[in-house]
Design a protein around this ligand. Structure first.
Ligand code: ATP
Ligand code: SF4
Ligand code: MG
Length: 324
């Protein structure tokens, strides 16, 4: 059996230069030593507060952003080592779906032509292109007459279906979706989630899904990564993470989900204060200024990710004491 993950990353680091006072620039750390893997057929969720680095991670994994440190591997080969042809294969096999699908569609191109672009690049015959287009449109629940219309004639939910169809047309083996449902109404969110789940089965896809919504991730993911200020602080099987998380930050995120723990949650568990700036990441455990359990050690020593049960890791000095 081949154990090499389809997509993986080791020690990713990404900084951005941002404007500071008096025309100076400062370095903002968006990713700090992030490692992860996505196995064939797996769905991996990425969660965390706004600004914690989820989109940056998604773009680096999709090869749309280059990290300053660390490496991404596709089928065990470092992206930076891929030759031109293999790089083209990687780009086609790793497709991204964005929160706003409109931004990735050409407004002057008919939807059918937009979706069919990868067929043309692959040199498919016209009849085969039509057959594939019909198959993919049906799979994402778009009416056949949609092919002749333009993107601005569709609702947000329909546009997201078009975005998914366009990604599927490239015959990918990995889909990376960044907040694919967060701009949609609740009822439409459920439809798009169901389409993604069905796609995973019908097209044998591996998926990495970024979302603020932990409930959505629990529903569709095998494993979930929790990020905090550019760093992975916990990772584990989706159901285990919910029933037995091992980090106070994860505990706070879960406790904040409306209706999940209605009466049993003490207010102390919930997050206090805002996320600190990524321009000045706290020393030691980066969560310590907001952690009700913080001790002196937390302020000085960075906790490493420790595996507590199979595939369940957390970076907290007190995880064993707090969660057993
Ligand atoms: N192009 C950029 N230039 C400068 N800073 C950036 C850039 N892109 C992201 N950042 C910063 O990097 C950090 C991580 O941003 P990112 O967009 O990855 O977060 P996120 O978790 O996706 O947030 P959200 O949930 O709001 O989408 C933030 O502090 C953000 O301001
Ligand atoms: S290492 Fe300390 S500050 Fe960080 S989460 Fe654990 S207890 Fe809280
Ligand atoms: Mg984002």
């Amino acid at each position: 059996m081949n154990d090499t993950p389809l997509l993986s990353a080791v020690d990713l680091h990404k900084t951005f230069r941002v404007s500071g006072k008096s025309y100076s620039t400062q370095s903002l750390t968006a990713l700090d030593l992030v490692s992860l893997h996505l196995s064939a057929g797996e769905t991996l969720g990425v969660a965390g507060e706004s600004g914690c680095g989820k989109s940056t991670l998604a773009k680096v994994m999709a090869g749309l952003l280059t990290p300053d440190g660390g490496s991404v591997f596709y089928k065990g080969i470092q992206l930076s080592q891929l030759g031109y042809n293999d790089r083209t294969v990687f780009r086609r096999k790793t497709q991204m779906i964005f929160q706003d699908p409109f931004s990735s569609l050409n407004p002057r191109m008919r939807v059918g032509d937009s979706i069919s672009e990868p067929f043309k690049i692959a040199g498919m015959s016209a009849p085969l292109q039509r057959a594939e287009l019909t198959r993919i449109m049906a799979a994402v629940g778009l009416q056949s007459d949609a092919v002749n219309r333009f993107p601005d004639e569709f609702s947000g939910g329909q546009r997201q279906r078009i975005g998914i169809a366009r990604a599927l047309a490239a015959s990918p083996d990995i889909l990376i979706a960044d907040e694919p449902v967060s701009s949609l109404d609740i009822s439409i969110q459920a439809q798009i989630i169901n389409i993604l789940l069905q796609m995973k089965l019908d097209f044998a896809l591996s998926m990495m899904i970024v979302s603020h919504n932990l409930l959505v991730l629990r529903h569709i993911c095998d494993r979930i990564i929790i990020m905090y200020l550019g760093s992975v602080i916990e990772c584990g099987p989706a159901s285990e993470l919910f029933h037995r998380c091992r980090h106070p930050y994860t505990e706070a995120l879960i406790a904040a989900i409306p209706g999940v723990h209605p009466s049993s949650v003490s207010k102390d568990v919930l997050l206090r204060d805002d996320l600190p700036s990524a321009l000045s990441i706290p020393s030691g455990c980066r969560f310590h200024p907001r952690c009700r359990h913080a001790v002196d050690l937390c302020r000085h020593e960075v906790p490493q990710l420790v595996e507590y049960s199979t595939g369940h890791t957390a970076a907290c000095h007190l995880s064993q004491q707090l969660y057993g």
